[in-house]
Design a binder for this molecule. Structure first.
Ligand code: FBP
Length: 548
């Protein structure tokens, strides 16, 4: 495999980790815990794993000897920078305890466990992937691990390989499933521990115990670098408005963090759109006002950041999508028989008056996307809707109207972008390289101390790494009951942007100035070697949240 110069130099990087993990550790147990809500229901569903204490690891002078242990690992869901370092951390942790320990990776996500598709991860393999981006060491997948049948099939291979603990590296849904699996294996006395690890670039798996999900730091830095470059280009040519959509699924954490890093002229926060009950026209009008104000002083250029899930947070469009989902679920065949050119009119005729009017007002392309591309559950895949084009087009129409009314005097030319996949497999920043390695190493300690149903946690990460606090959080502690596909289910609460939180308040206090002034910041590429203030900065979100 040919390697770049950076890859070769980066392979030798030794991730920083909490001082407490560097030598022999002891486990300190805290008070019994409770779930964030719906305590009675969660307790009933998780009789074996509910109420366990928070734990932390501290260094000790006592020497402990450990039995060798076989561990399995799964990468679940979307890629996030640092996954390979979690695996390296687990590997080094279990080998440090006993050199005869072994690590097995299940291939292409949870399906690898169910289909018994695995490989042993030896030191040669691990060394090839240290500090690299991607999940390609074993691959990832989105198969949901949720039925008893799957759990039983998984147990056959775990037993065959003598695996005593399984680490599931995933987002909120995968960790919810890890908890259900932990409970099931406890209940049947399977003798297999299950440990979760918080992953997702979206940044929406965080709470009072988990400071951040890994990958968010690197992905935001990659997007901010490119947005910064675009801002410099647009401030040089002074002729385009750039509409930039950013990944992040429902939550707007990525858009908010990038806004804090680059100081754009406009940034939509979906959670605010919903809270203020804004319509699509309200949003378009507000962006158009910013464009018009900048044009008054001759600035016919700017940047607009758009979180990918925004369309679902516009209450009127959310209702429209819900009605379309229901309608198409029962009329799909009839719809497919209608000529393409007639489909739009057909939908307009069939929907309720309110939703029909909204549907009719949407540009052709977006209206079409809303009737296509359903996922296996019958829902519109909102991430495929080109919101950046929709907004650019609608703002253009609004400005043209204002021009004829004499309310706008500028030129409006646009460029559209979507940044998502570009950041998911980037080489992890020092923060993610260190955080992930520490999460993996912590997981090996949770395994050694016999824990199950815990998520690996590393806290205090705005401080230098040797002061980070390693431990474990019972996953049931993060759960509440939510309606999913018509049924109440125990799930980890997803963290959306908190409109009372410090990151949003900071953005809200600055945005009026950023809209009018050209106050761009150009973060530049992630730096791996150099002064700590350049290389080791956590996200602005984390810094602001930690100042509470
Ligand atoms: P996870 O939540 O699984 O980490 O995935 C995050 C994400 O990158 C979202 O931001 C995005 O909407 C989605 O995955 C895209 O999914 P896919 O990789 O299946 O296209």
């Amino acid at each position: 495999m040919t390697k770049s110069a950076l890859q070769i130099a980066r392979a030798a990087y030794q991730p920083k980790m909490p001082q407490a993990l560097k030598k022999a550790v002891k486990m300190v147990e805290g008070e019994a815990t409770q779930s964030v809500a719906d305590q009675d229901s969660i307790k009933k569903l998780f009789p074996n794993t509910y109420g366990m204490p928070l734990v932390t690891f501290e260094s000790t002078s006592e020497k402990t000897s450990y039995e060798p242990v076989n561990v399995g690992v799964i990468l679940s869901g979307g890629q996030a920078p640092g996954g390979h370092n979690v695996i390296a951390g687990i590997f080094d942790g279990i080998k440090q305890m006993n050199a005869a320990s072994r690590l097995f990776g299940f291939i292409l996500g949870p399906s690898g466990l169910i289909e018994h598709n695995y490989m042993e991860l030896t030191s040669d393999i691990i060394d090839e992937y240290r500090n690299t981006g991607g999940f390609d060491i074993i691959g990832s997948g989105r198969t949901k691990l949720e039925s008893k049948d799957q759990f039983d099939k998984g147990l056959i291979i775990l037993k065959a390989l003598d695996i005593k603990a399984l680490v599931i590296i995933g987002g909120d849904d995968s960790n919810t499933n890890a908890c259900v699996l932990a409970e099931y294996y406890s209940a049947i006395g399977a003798g297999v521990q299950v440990i979760g690890c918080p992953k997702t670039i979206d940044g929406d798996l965080k709470n009072a115990q988990i400071e951040t999900s890994f990958g968010f730091d690197t992905a935001c830095k990659v997007y901010s670098e490119v947005i910064g470059n675009i801002q410099r280009d647009c401030n040089s040519a002074r002729k385009y408005w750039h509409f930039i959509k950013l990944m992040g699924r429902s939550a707007s954490h990525i858009a908010l963090e990038c806004a804090l890093q680059v100081q754009p002229n406009y940034c939509i926060i979906s959670e605010e759109v919903e809270a203020k009950n804004l319509s699509l026209d309200d949003l378009v009008t507000d962006i158009a006002k910013t464009v018009a104000k900048r044009a008054e002083v001759g600035n016919n250029f700017g940047t607009v950041l758009i979180p990918e899930g925004v369309i679902e947070f516009i209450p009127a469009i959310k209702n429209l999508i819900e009605e379309l989902n229901d309608f198409l679920a029962s009329h799909q065949e009839e719809f497919n028989l209608i000529r393409r050119s007639e489909q739009r009119n057909y939908i307009i005729k069939m929907l309720s008056k309110e939703n029909s009017d909204i549907y009719a007002s949407l540009p052709e392309g977006v209206a079409r996307q809303l009737t296509l591309d359903r996922d296996p559950h019958g829902n519109v895949q909102v991430s495929l809707i080109e919101t950046e084009k929709l907004l650019a087009e609608m703002v253009g129409v609004k400005l043209a109207e204002w021009k004829t009314e004499g309310k706008y005097i500028g030129n409006f030319a646009t460029q559209v972008h979507f940044f998502g996949y570009e950041g998911r497999c980037a080489a992890p920043s020092n923060y993610d390289a260190d955080y992930c390695y520490s999460l993996g190493y912590t997981a090996s300690n949770l395994i050694a101390f016999g824990k199950t149903g815990y998520m690996s946690s590393v806290r205090n990460t705005t401080a230098p790494a040797d002061q980070w606090i390693a431990g474990g959080v019972p996953i049931t502690m993060m759960m509440n009951m939510e309606r999913r596909h018509g049924e109440m289910k125990p799930v980890i609460q997803k963290a959306l942007v908190d409109l009372n939180g410090a990151p949003f308040r900071k953005f809200a206090s600055k945005r009026a100035a950023w809209a009018i002034q050209t106050d761009y910041v150009y973060p530049g590429p992630i730096q791996y070697f150099g002064p700590t203030e350049v290389c080791d900065q956590p996200t602005k979100t984390l810094v602001l949240e930690s100042k509470k």
